[in-house]
Every structure is written in structure tokens, then in C-alpha cells.
Design a protein around this ligand. Structure first.
Ligand code: MG
Length: 243
């Protein structure tokens, strides 16, 4: 009898502590987030990022089919050389945060998909479109900031041709079951020039030019690919954080 009174007292004390709202009960002290030093500006890589392009060397890149990158690397800018193919990162990535800056040619030529076309293929297969859509109309789900042929951007926040633009991307890789079926779709959030254009949307599958996108089981990590679409699109300040 005594024991049960004692237990009840402890229980009552605990309940009353909760009821009174003891702030310590909801404090988490361990674990502690690790320290990361941010860059001086949003262009600069934070301390835990891999700098994929620092404006100098192309140590992190190779041609899509192997061999050296044939794009122009000059004045801290990497520019597509038409006819030399796509390029890919030597390292592979899955879940990541990617910062990349791009610029379509100041001298405008072509229209629709033919004007300043390039693209960022996450895991070599999910394209975030790069295109000059400043007063240039094309299909909405193929314009700059679209997940090509899947999701149009929420807004068109393109700067004029010849001006630098930014993409800040948060990407969650798809997960697959052992039998090859999809466990969870890839997800992506994109800010273009600091403005939200894709909000944690779910991808339908690998980017397809013709037909409906679908998933095929692939590795947990794959290279990042930059597209050569025959237009002299430039890149700079590319950094990535594995998540
Ligand atoms: Mg493209």
C-alpha cells in the first residue's frame, strides 16, 4: 500500500511538471550539429562543400565518354564548346545541395529550345533545364527552371541574356527496392536567383525527350552531368554538399 502511494506521488509530480510546462523537458542538448563555416556570399562554398569548379582547374570533371573536358575554361568561367559533348563530374552524388551559376550568351540567337539551352542532370538523368527564357517562349515544362518535360517552374525569374543567374538545388535521390521497383521518388527544391521555383516536388522518373518519364533502378550515387546543347552557355562557382 505504502509503495503504491509513493509511486503515485512520483507520477503526480511528473504530470504536474509537464502541466506546469517545465521547458527543460523539451530541450535537446545532444547530439550537437557540427560546425560549418559559411561562405562570404551565397556564391562562396561553405567549409564542408566540395568545390566542383573554382574557376581555375577542371580536376573534378571529365568528358561524358571519358577523356578531358573540351569546353573553354577561361577567366574563371567554363563555357560550352558546341560539338564537344556533355561533361560529367568525376565524383558521384546522391542526396545533395548544389549551387551553380550559369549565363546564357549575351548575343541572342535562335528561339524556343534553341536559345541558350544547357541543363543540369542530377545523377546523370534528372534534368533541371537551363535556357534563355527572357522574352523567349517555349513549352512551360521545358523552360528554364523546369524539371524537363515534368514540372514547370512556379515563376519565370530569368535574368536577361548575358547576366549571371544562380540555381540553389536541394535534391533527394530516389530509393529502390531490391526487386528494382521504386521505393520512393526523387524530390527536388530549386531556388533561381534566390526565388523558389520548385518546392520539394516529386520526379516522375528519368528525363525523357519523347514519351513519359519512368524510373529504372540505378546506383545510390551517380555523376552530375552538364549538357552541351550546342549553345555557348557558361558556368561558374559550382559547389556541392552531400547530404
Ligand atoms: Mg537542356
Amino acid at each position: 500500500m505504502k509503495k503504491s502511494i509513493f509511486t503515485s506521488l512520483i507520477l503526480l509530480t511528473a504530470i504536474s511538471l509537464f502541466a506546469q510546462g517545465d521547458p527543460a523537458l523539451t530541450e535537446v542538448w545532444d547530439p550537437v550539429p557540427r560546425v560549418v563555416t559559411p561562405g562570404q556570399s551565397s556564391s562562396d562554398a561553405p567549409s564542408d562543400a566540395i568545390v566542383l569548379y573554382n574557376g581555375k582547374d577542371l580536376l573534378h570533371w571529365m568528358g561524358l565518354e571519358g577523356g578531358d573536358v573540351k569546353w573553354k575554361n577561361e577567366n574563371n568561367i567554363l563555357t560550352v564548346v558546341p560539338g564537344t559533348g556533355d561533361i560529367k563530374s568525376k565524383e558521384s552524388f546522391g542526396d545533395c545541395q548544389l549551387h551553380i551559376e550559369w549565363r546564357t550568351p549575351a548575343e541572342v540567337s535562335g528561339s524556343g529550345q534553341g536559345r541558350g539551352n544547357s541543363g543540369i542532370f542530377l545523377m546523370s538523368r534528372y534534368e533541371l533545364q537551363v535556357l534563355d527564357n527572357y522574352n523567349n517562349v517555349t513549352y512551360s515544362n521545358g523552360q528554364a527552371g523546369s524539371i524537363y518535360k515534368q514540372h514547370m517552374p512556379q515563376v519565370n525569374v530569368c535574368r536577361p541574356p548575358g547576366e549571371w543567374q544562380t540555381y540553389d538545388i536541394i535534391f533527394t535521390a530516389p530509393r529502390f527496392n531490391d526487386d528494382g521497383t521504386l521505393k520512393s521518388a526523387a524530390r527536388i527544391t530549386v531556388l533561381q536567383n534566390g526565388v523558389l521555383i520548385q518546392n520539394n516536388i516529386s520526379l516522375w522518373g528519368s528525363t525523357e525527350y519523347i514519351g513519359i518519364a519512368k524510373y529504372e533502378k540505378h546506383a545510390d550515387k551517380l555523376p552530375l552531368v552538364l549538357q552541351n546543347h550546342g549553345n555557348k552557355v557558361s558556368y561558374r562557382n559550382i559547389w556541392i554538399r552531400e547530404l
